[in-house]
Write a protein that binds this ligand. Structure first.
Ligand SMILES: C[S@@+](CC[C@H](N)C(=O)[O-])C[C@H]1O[C@@H](n2cnc3c(N)ncnc32)[C@H](O)[C@@H]1O
Ligand code: SF4
Length: 433
């Protein structure tokens, strides 16, 4: 009886004071201010997609994942505990990777009860499908609280000492409103932005599946990170400070949203954490006209402006810019395109890198992957003009490699019903190799 009475007082306290402090803006969906900064085309695309955010009840859920150690200490104090309980929470969530408050066995039962009565949960979602490719790449479908599915990919690199690098390729949105013509995610439509903890949990899911620490994170899964910048920055902070992944090991890839590269750069300057992002720009064309035929949002952010913003980003951050170029046979892979791309990059010194991505075929697309010879020709034309270039090795071809493909197989409609939810992942492991 005593505990129940104390809990109810604390509950009132939490709802009136602490939650407002603890739930940071970065852990919400796209803010009105961010939305105003979108280009007209992107804003129109976002506005045409519904529903865009979690329901009020879901977005008010109190999620521990994503909170920093000081925030967890404050929460413990607000809940009538000693501050060190917050440190214990931090350890349980980020080091022990415990998924349920019920399983916080190091904490007194009374504290666990208080947390649960106040509506706090860890915020880890179940893995809906696991598909393993012959090369060891594993693609996960994670089922979010509102039954939406997102893709996350774990890409291991092994040498004779074993697993030396594990990259998590994370999603930043459920779907994507930008509809690039070669991308399965774009074709699948857009549902909503991810919250920061929904990005962080993807990395923890990869660690769980591989039983190994993630060394690198790339925002190259579903969605356009710059359309969900606050949550992406919130996730970045947590991945760096709490999950302890080096800032230089985190890459944000964007197809381009006006004003956002500048924001990334200034965020670094304003922040005591000195965020350092690798800015990876998905270019896909050597001139504006061609780019508009491949990337619909290109109309609102001309190539010249992108190149200028990337240059400014480099000047402000000293971070090398990486340009992604998806090679589509007969469309953007001719010698003249390589020559034009090299011209676009002249005067950049060695402060950039071009990464060629041979197109991964997707359902319902007429695009073709170029031949190996075609890819090599394109790369050598660039190299001959002193462009630093690499060719991305296709990983996980048999695991529905192109981003968004696996999710599209399972989620033709935006929501799954309970009866469509699969058995637990242990019994569900689908190995494609
Ligand atoms: C899925 S996007 C997500 C990040 C961001 N929206 C962007 O476009 O950079 C990550 C990368 O995957 C590439 N991509 C998407 N679909 C592809 C496909 N079918 N084949 C090859 N690359 C693809 C994009 O060009 C982009 O460089
Ligand atoms: S390539 Fe990137 S921006 Fe384009 S539709 Fe796919 S996820 Fe969106």
């Amino acid at each position: 009886m005593m505990i129940a009475a104390a809990s109810s007082t604390l509950l009132q306290h939490v709802s009136s004071v602490s939650v407002a402090n603890i739930v940071r803006p970065g852990f919400r969906s796209l803010s009105a201010a961010s939305a105003r900064n979108l280009s007209t085309a992107a804003a129109a695309a976002a506005a045409s997609s519904s529903p865009r955010s979690l329901s009020a009840a879901q977005s008010d859920t109190r999620v521990l994942l994503g909170l920093s150690e000081p925030e967890l200490q404050q929460l413990a104090v607000d809940l009538g505990q000693e501050g060190y309980r917050g440190k214990q929470l931090h350890h349980l969530i980020y080091k022990r990777k415990v998924k349920e408050v019920d399983d916080f066995s190091q904490l007194p039962k009374a504290f666990r009860n208080v947390l649960q009565e106040a509506g706090w949960k860890v915020g880890r979602s179940p893995i809906f499908r696991t598909v393993t490719a012959a090369d060891g790449t594993i693609k996960l479908l994670i089922k979010l609280e509102d039954n939406r599915l997102i893709e996350t990919v774990g890409i291991p690199v092994n040498d004779d000492k074993g697993l030396t690098r594990l990259t998590a390729c994370v999603s930043s949105q459920v779907g994507c409103p930008l509809r690039c013509s070669f991308c399965a995610t774009g074709k699948g439509g857009f549902s909503r932005n991810l919250q920061a903890h929904e990005i962080v949990e993807q990395v923890l899911a990869i660690e769980e599946i591989f039983k190994h620490r993630v060394t690198n994170v790339v925002f190259m899964g579903m969605g356009e990170p710059m359309l969900n910048l606050k949550a992406v920055l919130g996730a970045h902070r947590c991945l760096n400070k709490d999950v302890e992944i080096g800032q230089r090991m985190i890459t944000i890839s964007t197809v381009g949203v006006p004003n956002t590269i500048k924001k990334l750069a200034s965020h670094k300057l304003q922040s005591t954490l000195a965020f350092r992002y690798t800015n990876c720009h998905s270019l896909h064309a050597s001139n504006q006209k061609l780019r508009e035929t491949i990337v619909p949002s290109a109309k609102s952010y001309p190539l010249d402006a992108i190149m200028q913003d990337c240059k400014d980003y480099f000047l402000q951050t000293s971070r090398r810019v990486s340009f992604e170029y998806a090679l589509l046979a007969g469309v953007n892979d001719k010698t003249e395109h390589a020559v034009e791309l090299a011209e676009l990059l002249q005067n950049w010194g060695r402060n950039y890198h071009v990464n060629l991505i041979p197109f991964n075929p997707i359902e319902g697309s007429d695009y073709q992957r170029p031949t190996k010879k075609g890819v090599l020709n394109f790369a050598s034309t660039l190299e001959a003009r002193k462009v630093t270039v690499s060719i991305r090795q296709p990983r996980g071809m048999d695991a529905s490699a192109a981003c968004g493909q696996l999710r599209n197989q399972f989620q033709k409609s935006p929501l799954l019903t309970d009866s469509e939810i699969s058995p637990p992942p242990e019994t569900e492991l689908a190995v494609a190799c």
